[in-house]
Ligand binder design. Structure first.
Ligand code: F0G
Length: 467
C-alpha cells in the first residue's frame, strides 16, 4: 500500500491563534519589516526554516523519558553512538549542540590560516566557520547548480574537474574537502552517488580527506534511489551507508534529518583528529559523552535517525515539497527548478522585476506573505547576502534574489500547504503592487537578522543600501 497522504496520524495538537491583518501590520512596523523580529505566535504557517522545527514522534517523546542524564558514560550516548556508527560507518562520534558547533570544532582542528576549503556550496555557517579558522571557502558546484531554470536531476553535484584543479593549484593547503547533501544554498538539490564517488576519488588521489555536511542525507538518499540509474533496488539506508563509506567523516545538524529540535555531531575515522576535537569539545561544549546535549536529546536523535529512513515518510516529505512546487509552476510562478528536498525557492527577481535588487524584491514578497496571509518565509538575496562597494558605497547584489519557504518535517498538513500555494499565487498575480524597501538601521555583518527597514512608497527609486 502507498499512503495517499500523511503516513501518520496526529496525537498531540498545538493550537494556532488567529491574528488579523491590522495586528500583523503593527507587528511588522514594530519589527522594522524584519521577519526575524515578529512574534512567532503571530504566524499561521511558519516556513522560516526546516531546522529544529520538526514534529517528534510518539517514540521520540517516549525516548526522552528513558534518557540517561549521567555526566559521563551515559547509556543514551552509547545508543546514539551505535545508531550513528551503523548508519554513517565512522568510528568516532562526537556529539555537539547543533551543526555549526560540529563545523567550528572540525575546522578549528584541521585548518591553518591561508588554507582553502572546497565545498559544492558552503552553507553560511559552514563558510563562516571555515573563514573564521583562517581558510578561504570556495564553492565548486556544477554550473547548472546556479541556473534556477535548469531541470537537472543532480544540481547539487560537485564540479569534479574544478575540484581537481583547485587541489592541484593549492597542494598542501587544502586540509579537507566538504560535500553538502543536499545542497541547501543551491536550492536543496541532491548530489548523485556517481558524483560523490568521483569526488572521493579526486580527494583520495590528492590525499585530502572528504567530509560530508550530512544535514539532509536521508532526503539526498531518497533522490538517489528515485532518480539515479542502478540505485532503485537499494534501500535508502543502504544508499546512505554506501555514500558515507566514500568519505572520511561528516558534520551533521540533527535539527534537519535527525527529526529533533536540537542537536548535532561530528564523526570521523581518524582517531588522532577525534582526540584533538574532543579536547576542545570538553572546553566549549561538555564531556565527550554528551557534548552540549542532555541524555534525552541523544535518545531522541538516535530514534529520529532511525525514523527518517522510513521510505513512506520520505515519499510523503519530498512529495509535499514537490506538490507545492507543481501548484506554483502550473500557475506560472517562477521558482527554482526542479523542486529540491526541503524547500520551495521563489525567484523574486522574476516575480517583482519592477523592484531593483537594492530595494530588496525578495523581502517585499516575504513581507506581503506575512502581512496578508500570516505565512513566514525568508529572503535569500540582497538583504541576506548583499554588500556595498567599499569605495563608492554602491550596493553589490548576489546572483539570485530568492524567497525560501522551508517545509518543517511532519508539521503541516497538505491542506495547510495548499493554502500556502494559493497565497503565493495571489501574491504573484498582484506582484505589481509590491513595494521595495530601504534599510533604516543596519548591522555590520549578518545584517538580515537584525536590520530594520521601511517600505518605499510605490514608484520611488531605490536608495542605496544603508544611506
Ligand atoms: N549545514 C547546512 C547545509 C545547513 O543547512 C545548516 C543549517 C547548517 C549546516 C548548520 O546547522 O543550524 O544546526 O547549526 N541550516 C538552517 C537553515 C539554519 O535554515 O537552512 P545548525
Amino acid at each position: 500500500m502507498q499512503f495517499p497522504a500523511e503516513p501518520f496520524r496526529i496525537k498531540v495538537v498545538e493550537t494556532l491563534r488567529p491574528t488579523t491583518r491590522e495586528e500583523r501590520v503593527k507587528w511588522l512596523e514594530a519589527a522594522g519589516y524584519n521577519l526575524f523580529k515578529v512574534p512567532a505566535e503571530s504566524i499561521y504557517i511558519d516556513l522560516l526554516t526546516d531546522s529544529g522545527t520538526s514534529a517528534m514522534s510518539d517514540k521520540q517523546w517516549a525516548a526522552l523519558m528513558v534518557g540517561d542524564e549521567s555526566y559521563a558514560g551515559s547509556r543514551s550516548f552509547y545508543r546514539f553512538e551505535s545508531v550513528i556508527r551503523d548508519l554513517f560507518g565512522y568510528k568516532h562520534v562526537i556529539p555537539t549542540h547543533q551543526g555549526r558547533m560540529a563545523e567550528n570544532l572540525l575546522f578549528g582542528a584541521v585548518v591553518t590560516p591561508g588554507d582553502v576549503v572546497p565545498n559544492n556550496i558552503h552553507f553560511d555557517t559552514t563558510r563562516a566557520n571555515a573563514e573564521q579558522a583562517g581558510a578561504k571557502a570556495v564553492d565548486l558546484v556544477v554550473p547548472e547548480g546556479l541556473d534556477p531554470q535548469h531541470r537537472g536531476l543532480f544540481k547539487g553535484n560537485m564540479d569534479v574537474g574544478r575540484l581537481d584543479r583547485v587541489l592541484d593549484e593549492n597542494q598542501g593547503r587544502v586540509p579537507i574537502v566538504m560535500l553538502t547533501i543536499t545542497n541547501n544554498s543551491g536550492g536543496g538539490q541532491p548530489v548523485s552517488m556517481a558524483n560523490a564517488r568521483a569526488t572521493a576519488e579526486v580527494c583520495r588521489r590528492h590525499g585530502v580527506p572528504l567530509f560530508f555536511d550530512a544535514c539532509r542525507f536521508a532526503e539526498n538518499s531518497w533522490f538517489i534511489q528515485q532518480r539515479e540509474e542502478g540505485q532503485a533496488n537499494k534501500s535508502v539506508k543502504q544508499i546512505a551507508q554506501e555514500m558515507f563509506a566514500l568519505g572520511d567523516g561528516c558534520t551533521m545538524s540533527a535539527k534537519k534529518d535527525g527529526l529533533v529540535n536540537i542537536g548535532g555531531f561530528v564523526a570521523m575515522n581518524d582517531g588522532a583528529l577525534a582526540e584533538r576535537i574532543t579536547h576542545r569539545l570538553i572546553l566549549v561544549e561538555g564531556f565527550s559523552t554528551y557534548g552540549g546535549l542532555a541524555g534525552r536529546d541523544l535518545e531522541a536523535i538516535a530514534q529520529g535517525l532511525t525514523e527518517v529512513l522510513d521510505e513512506h515518510y520520505l515519499r510523503f516529505r519530498i512529495g509535499q515539497v514537490r506538490q507545492i512546487c507543481e501548484a506554483l509552476t502550473d500557475a506560472g510562478v517562477p521558482i527554482i527548478q526542479p523542486p529540491g528536498g526541503h524547500a520551495v525557492y521563489l525567484d523574486a527577481k522574476a516575480i517583482a522585476p519592477h523592484i531593483p535588487p537594492a530595494a530588496f524584491p525578495g523581502q517585499a514578497i516575504a513581507i506581503t506573505l506575512y502581512r496578508d496571509y500570516g505565512i513566514r518565509g525568508v529572503e535569500i538575496g540582497s538583504l541576506m547576502f548583499g554588500s556595498e562597494d567599499p569605495v563608492t558605497g554602491a550596493p553589490i547584489a548576489p546572483p539570485l534574489e530568492l524567497v525560501r519557504l522551508a517545509i518543517p518535517r511532519r508539521v503541516y498538513t497538505e491542506a495547510q500547504l495548499a493554502y500556502v500555494a494559493r497565497s503565493v499565487i495571489e501574491v504573484h498575480r498582484n506582484a505589481g503592487r509590491l513595494k521595495g524597501l530601504r534599510i533604516t538601521h543596519g548591522a555590520p555583518f549578518l545584517r538580515h537578522f537584525t536590520a530594520s527597514l521601511e517600505e518605499l512608497p510605490a514608484g520611488v527609486p531605490a536608495v542605496p543600501v544603508g544611506r
